[in-house]
Design a protein around this ligand. Structure first.
Ligand SMILES: Cc1ncc(C[n+]2csc(CCOP(=O)(O)OP(=O)(O)O)c2C)c(N)n1
Length: 370
């Protein structure tokens, strides 16, 4: 195990002062300490490919090595700029990658991480990216060596970080204060919403919302059709729009703000879908709560303008239980959509929140198309 301060000090000694990426449970501590450390800059981006682009921009401007962190599930998002832009065959831009290694062989993990975990090392080798596994303080030496290689050869290199390798720094735990002031909780809202449904189909995103829905459905025997995107972060809206278009069923798409921003371009096609019974519900907690609460810097964003700009016919907003209950009727009854509902929530989930098992997923899949 390594502390995030040991890691960032090692990187700073190698003159790495810029960080960017999408944090995950394995790399979160690096992102947190990089935000806290006044001597470095950290930009949390919406998608992993954008982290690579930020890194390339930084290198072009400063000639210094950038550090980009991501989970292996986000490597697909980063592949294009890594292979078609920064690669040694093209512009030879060296980047330091820290990749959260979920589903590493021999480590018990959730079903959605197994394949990516297994193929990660081969994928990196095929991309001509040298890598090292970092598990312990003694591995810090590998960082010096590989960074030297990156600098000399203008090559991207990667460090793989499994779950729980970076020790939690208790001082860096809390979410931003403004989130803590919000009373409304996602699970409160979901409990009322699910009990008020008629025949609506629910499609939900990576993060806490899908797990909470599964828990509420199990506890209350709610049988509405339900498809949780336990992988494919950011793809919820496109998948739900397509399902709504082809099935014509009343469809409620439930998304976290991290997932919403990751592939916001999905709403380009809202106009082609033209379904009046497409309902989009955004849980905005200004954070990636389910991976430890890293802040999403979105306080300045005008969500209403985004939704209206993309062509949603109606936008509603709630930040209290009272306004949630009032808007619930409008949301469910609306037949002249698409309608978007932004709900600002505070942090917090069920104690002992369940994680879907392989048999849950098989059951969900069967029930969805029966
Ligand atoms: C492509 C990809 N990148 C990163 C992750 C790691 N990850 C899982 S959930 C999550 C945060 C999701 O944030 P949000 O949608 O706001 O939901 P919340 O965590 O707040 O419930 C992240 C970054 C992932 N699963 N897939």
């Amino acid at each position: 195990m390594i502390s995030s301060s040991q890691l960032i000090n090692k990187l700073k000694k190698n003159n790495v002062n810029f960080f960017s990426g999408v944090p995950d449970s394995c790399t979160l501590e690096l992102s947190k300490i990089a935000s806290k450390d006044k001597k470095v800059e950290n930009i949390v981006v919406a998608s992993e490919g954008l982290g690579i682009s930020m890194g390339i921009g930084y290198y072009l401007a400063t000639n210094k090595l950038p550090c980009v962190y991501l989970q292996n599930s986000g490597l697909g998002n980063a592949t294009d700029p890594l292979t078609n832009l920064s690669n040694k065959e093209i512009f030879k831009i060296p980047l330091i990658l820290f990749i959260g290694w979920r589903g590493a062989p021999g480590v018990k993990d959730e079903p959605q991480h197994i394949i990516q975990g297994k193929i990660l090392r081969n994928t990196l080798s095929n991309m001509n990216i040298k890598f090292e596994n970092i598990e312990d303080v003694k591995d810090l030496k590998k960082i010096d060596k590989l960074i030297k290689y990156a600098k000399t050869n203008l090559r991207t290199v990667a460090f793989l970080i499994k779950s729980k390798v970076l020790i939690q720094n208790k001082k860096l735990l809390s979410l931003p204060k403004r989130n803590l002031k919000r009373d409304l909780k996602r699970y409160q809202v979901l409990e009322i919403l699910l009990k008020s449904l008629n025949q609506e189909t629910i499609i939900s995103s990576v993060g806490y919302n899908s797990r909470e829905i599964l828990q509420i459905k199990k506890k209350n025997s709610i049988n509405n059709k339900f498809f949780p995107l336990i992988g494919g972060m950011g793809h919820t809206s496109a998948l739900a729009m397509s399902y709504n278009h082809f099935s014509k069923e009343k469809t409620i798409c439930i998304d976290g703000d991290g997932s919403f921003f990751m592939h916001l371009g999905a709403f380009l096609n809202l106009n082609q879908i033209k379904n009046k019974n497409f309902k989009y519900l955004l849980f905005n907690n200004e954070s990636h709560e389910s991976i430890g609460g890293k802040q999403i810097d979105s306080k300045h964003i005008k969500f209403k303008k985004i939704f209206e700009g993309f062509g949603f016919k109606k936008y509603i907003f709630s930040n209290s239980l009272k306004s949630f209950k009032k808007n619930l009727k409008i949301f469910l009854k609306n037949n002249n959509g698409p309608i978007a509902w932004q709900i600002n929530i505070g942090k917090g989930t069920f104690p002992n929140l369940i994680r879907p098992t392989k048999s849950d997923l098989e059951m969900i899949r069967k029930q969805f198309q029966k």
